[in-house]
Design a protein around this ligand. Structure first.
Ligand code: C2E
Ligand code: MG
Ligand code: MG
Ligand code: MG
Length: 280
């Protein structure tokens, strides 16, 4: 009986695995179809400099307009895109599209693009970025690449060389989700990032004294090492006051603006404001 139970159990387990595998294959097929059918789009979220309240850049955030599922957020499909390597093709599209959009904006407004560690694996990221810059006609210093420390975690041996090659294109490099990884501080010695983007979780917990201490430390770290610092996920006036008091040089969050389609950018008060003040 015990043996039979074991067999049932194994069969049940196999069935579960089988279903999982089939679900994955289905998802992978629809991801491939999404590339072929051009189902991706970018939304853009503003970053502001708190002292002038002007928009200094927009971050490109990937969306999948699925024929049945509607607008799919990146965390629902990027992990699979990474596992299957499809993120390389998708990422190249994001780079070009983001640069092309930014060419419609005022010259001083930059665009930030998230790049996955997998995109560093083949060693061709600098070539992809160079292509996006050339093809769109944007100047390299208007492009900012956001990476997480997983890029420097080892898998691709020449990640540092690639970061330097990106910098040679005039591109700025930001360390995203700062504070959530393994040993963030050692990465700061290996590469001089232009910007630290503090993870949203610290802003969320600002009511706690220890989170406040961390926020203050990150702001100082940026200042001491000559990096800009972005506080992301600002939703309330209170959070804004706190990070500005601590000296963050850029702010981003729903308080200032949610990610929006590019067609709405020129209609927002952000760019109008910066345009108007430029004309004076
Ligand atoms: P991220 O780069 O850290 O982007 C910030 C995320 O926080 C975005 O979520 C943004 O919509 C959200 N956010 C911004 N302000 C607020 C706020 O005030 N409150 C709250 N609750 N959330 C806020 P989203 O668009 O879902 O993107 C999630 C992650 O997906 C991104 O995190 C990034 O790691 C990844 N991602 C997005 N687009 C791309 C892409 O083109 N390529 C790659 N490789 N990853 C991407
Ligand atoms: Mg980001
Ligand atoms: Mg982040
Ligand atoms: Mg994140």
């Amino acid at each position: 009986r015990a043996k039979a139970d074991g067999r049932d159990c194994a069969r049940y387990f196999e069935k579960g695995m089988d279903q999982q595998l089939r679900h994955r294959q289905m998802m992978e097929a629809s991801l491939r179809a999404a590339i072929a059918n051009d189902e991706f789009l970018l939304h853009f979220q503003p970053l502001l400099t708190p002292d002038t309240s002007q928009v200094c850049s927009f971050e490109a955030l990937l969306r999948w307009q699925h024929p049945e599922r509607g607008l799919v957020p990146p965390l629902d499909f990027i992990p699979l895109a990474e596992e299957t390597g499809l993120i390389r093709q998708i990422g190249d599209w994001v780079l070009l599209k983001a640069c092309q959009e930014a060419c419609n904006w005022p010259e001083h407004v930059r665009v930030a693009v998230n790049v996955s560690a997998i995109q560093f694996r083949g060693g061709t990221l600098p070539a992809s970025v160079a292509y996006a810059i050339k093809e769109s006609g944007i100047s390299g210093n208007r492009l900012e690449i956001e990476i997480t420390e997983s890029v420097l975690l080892g898998e691709s041996l020449n990640a540092l060389d690639q970061l330097h090659a990106l910098r040679d294109l005039g591109v700025q490099i930001a360390l995203d989700d700062f504070g959530t990884g393994y040993s963030s501080l050692s990465y700061l010695q290996r590469f001089r990032f232009d910007k630290l983007k503090m993870d949203r979780s610290f802003v969320q917990n600002l009511h706690q004294a220890d989170a406040m201490a961390i926020v203050s430390t990150i702001a100082n770290l940026g200042k001491c090492l000559g990096m800009s610092t972005t506080a992301e996920g600002i939703e309330t006036e209170q959070q804004m006051r706190c990070v500005v008091e601590h000296g963050f040089t850029e702010v981003q969050g729903y308080l200032y603006g949610r990610p929006i389609p590019p067609s709405e950018i020129l209609g927002t008060h952000f760019v109008e404001k910066t345009l108007a003040s430029n004309e004076q």
